[in-house]
Design a protein around this ligand. Structure first.
Ligand SMILES: *[C@@H]1O[C@H](CO)[C@@H](O)[C@H](O)[C@H]1NC(C)=O
Length: 249
C-alpha cells in the first residue's frame, strides 16, 4: 500500500515537472549558442575554419542565434579565401549569408523537397534554387552540389559541406547594392569614423575583419577600396557567373 502510494506520488511529480517545463519554455525557441559553438568547433577541425571564423566575427552570428533553427552550407577554406581575394567586403558578407538557411534541413529533407524548390537564406529576400538530377540522388542548390551531407546534426542545426561556393549573381548584387544605399550607415565600432563609404559597411566592423584575416597570408583587407560612386565590380560579377571559380585553384 505504501509503495503504491509512493509510485503514485512519483508519477504526479514527473507530470508536474513536465507541465512546468511546457509552460515555461518560450513558444519561439532560438538556436542555443552552445549548439552553434559545437558546430563551429567542428568546422574548425574539419578544415573549414575560415567559414567558422567569418561567421563568428560578423553580425551574421546574431541572425543565426535568433533563428528557430538553421542549416549551414559550408564551402571549403580554399573557396572562401579565393572569394576574399576577388570580392569586396560587402559582397563577401552577402555571399556568406547565402550559405546559411533560417531552418534546419537534413539531407533527407532536402532530397524530399520537390524539384526546383526555393530555399530561403539569411540574405534578405534571396533564396536558393534546389534541383535534383533524375540520374542520382544528389541535391544541388543554385547549381552547387551538397557534397558532404551531415557534417553536423543537432536539434536546431544541420551542417552540410558544399562542392563549391554559392555564387552571388549580378542581379542579386545589384539588388543588395540598392538596398544598402537606401539604409542609413550602420557602424559597429565607435573608433570607426563614418564616411560616405560607410554605407557599404553593413557588417562586420573593420576591426573584426582585420582580426579574422590577421593570421592569413592575405593582403591587407581592402576596406573602403570601392568608392560609392563606382559601379559594382564588373570583373567580380563575371567571375561569380562563370566557371572561373574552378580555375581559381
Ligand atoms: C529536376 O529539374 C531538372 C531541370 O529542370 C531536370 O534536369 C531534372 O531531371 C529534374 N529532376 C527530377 C528528379 O525530375
Amino acid at each position: 500500500m505504501a509503495s503504491n502510494s509512493s509510485v503514485y506520488h512519483h508519477t504526479s511529480f514527473v507530470l508536474f515537472v513536465a507541465l512546468i517545463l511546457c509552460l515555461s519554455s518560450p513558444s519561439v525557441a532560438a538556436v542555443p549558442s552552445e549548439e552553434l559553438e559545437i558546430a563551429i568547433s567542428l568546422l574548425r577541425v574539419r578544415g573549414r575554419a575560415l567559414f567558422a571564423n567569418a561567421i563568428t566575427t560578423s553580425d551574421i552570428l546574431f541572425d543565426l542565434l535568433s533563428a528557430e533553427s538553421l542549416t549551414l552550407l559550408v564551402p571549403t577554406d580554399a573557396m572562401l579565401f579565393d572569394l576574399d581575394m576577388r570580392y569586396s567586403l560587402p559582397m563577401y558578407i552577402s555571399t556568406l549569408r547565402l550559405h546559411a538557411l533560417p531552418l534546419r534541413l537534413t539531407i533527407s529533407e532536402l532530397r524530399s523537397l520537390p524539384n526546383a524548390s526555393s530555399v530561403p537564406t539569411f540574405l534578405p529576400s534571396h533564396s536558393l534554387l534546389l534541383t535534383k538530377p533524375s540520374s542520382s540522388d544528389s541535391v544541388y542548390l543554385d547549381g552547387v552540389e551538397v557534397y558532404l551531407p551531415r557534417l553536423f546534426y543537432d536539434r536546431h542545426i544541420a551542417v552540410h559541406g558544399l562542392a563549391n561556393i554559392l555564387p552571388l549573381s549580378r542581379s542579386r548584387w545589384t539588388d543588395i547594392e540598392n538596398r544598402a544605399f537606401a539604409l542609413p550607415p550602420i557602424v559597429d565600432s565607435p573608433a570607426y569614423s563614418p564616411s560616405p563609404r560607410s554605407t557599404w559597411w553593413i557588417s562586420p566592423s573593420p576591426e573584426d575583419y582585420i582580426e579574422f584575416f590577421g593570421s592569413t597570408p592575405a593582403e591587407p583587407p581592402r576596406i573602403g577600396e570601392v568608392p560609392v560612386s563606382q559601379p559594382p565590380l564588373e570583373e567580380d560579377l563575371i567571375v561569380g557567373d562563370g566557371d572561373s571559380w574552378i580555375n581559381g585553384f
